[in-house]
Design a protein around this ligand. Sequence first.
Ligand code: SF4
Length: 449
Amino acid sequence: MAVSDGTSITVVKDTGLVASVFDDRTLHGLNGEYAIGHTRYSTAGAQDWAGAQPVFRSIGLNGFALAHNGNLTNAASLGDRLGVLPGLAVSDSDILAELIAQSFAEASGANDGLAAALRVALPMVEGAFSLTLLDAERAFGVRDPHGFRPLCLGRLGSADAPEGWVLASESPALDVIGATFVREILPGEMVIIDKDGVSSEFYATNSEAAENLCIFEFVYFARPDTRLRGREVHGTRRRMGELLAAESWVEADMVMGVPDSGVPAAEGFSVASGIPFGQGLVKNRYIGRTFIDPDPDARAKAVRRKLNPLRENIEGKRLVVVDDSIVRGTTTRALVKMLKDSGATEVHLRISSPPFKWPCFYGIDTPVRQDLLAATHSIDEIVDYLGCDSLAYITIDSLREAIGLADGFCDACLTGDYPTSVPSTQTVTLEAGPRADDLPEPQPALPGV
Ligand code: SF4
């Protein structure tokens, strides 16, 4: 967190869970009028203290702090231009902070410090960035011109007598502090919050049609109670399941979801198919998403620690198992084995997103194309590898129909249609080509299965 008391900014940050970084004693010392905070795993750059955010620069009157969600696609060329030696920048967010800091000089004729520097810097930045920033007397919210990552504005107090303003990636963050959702920050918009309230301006051309909100926010990332583009995410996930059932019905005894994001889609599948819904897995609530572990072996083992089968519910049954996506396939393979070892007679996988075939450059830590299972294998080959009895993915048209919007998304990882140029150093990863080892190595037997 970075907190301003009106004259100076204090930054406290570390890696780890929020509760382990901010105890009562630490919080006691953080008093002020404005604050920003940041929680995410870094998808570019160092995953250590130096890579943790907010990033601080001591320029201008009292310095500024920045928190960044997304990945920049031109960080390398910006770094060259700024004279950042290769390997010295901690992250793309660090390069962005340096660009803003150096823009203070160019904006020195203007009187409004950080706001003026942002007007100079932001048009040079490409890729995904939802930002919150802070100087001594103001907080800022910025969304990139494509609107890849969400950012919304909320209000404490009533519309007539506001008591405070809040920016958040996801709207449930407003609910938990009793704030009212006001609106989403628009692509290319910068809002400034100060003692007089909220003002807004566009540093880049904005048009609704140009929005490229990450479609995976609906499929997987966002909390189900998040409101995006005017709809609650949970309802769109249920609808994905309904449409998936219409497209790929299969005879079975029970429909179950992979907790958590697969569950609403499984409920929808059950309603539309008439196959009873049941729970087949219990989730350990104290373990994070396995998706984020870079080591495949660790990911497969983490599935076993994270999910435990309900054997009596599974035994002797033909299961439809609904999940949100398959990226490398490592965790799905471990999951299928766990269900079969627990007595399932058939496992039919139904996936509420189309095949994940292209890497993401906008803030999701996906591997090179060769490691994306669907990029290099047919459905039959994937079925063989996963050990399931059948596999079907929702179509892109049905996914859009479930969300209720025909356009305004990024769906590059599903279609290969990137809304921006991709980083030049990464283009080689877009070549699918055969994997050197054809299929991933079989995973070792999971303990306890
Ligand atoms: S490539 Fe995929 S994961 Fe990345 S922003 Fe686009 S839709 Fe989201």
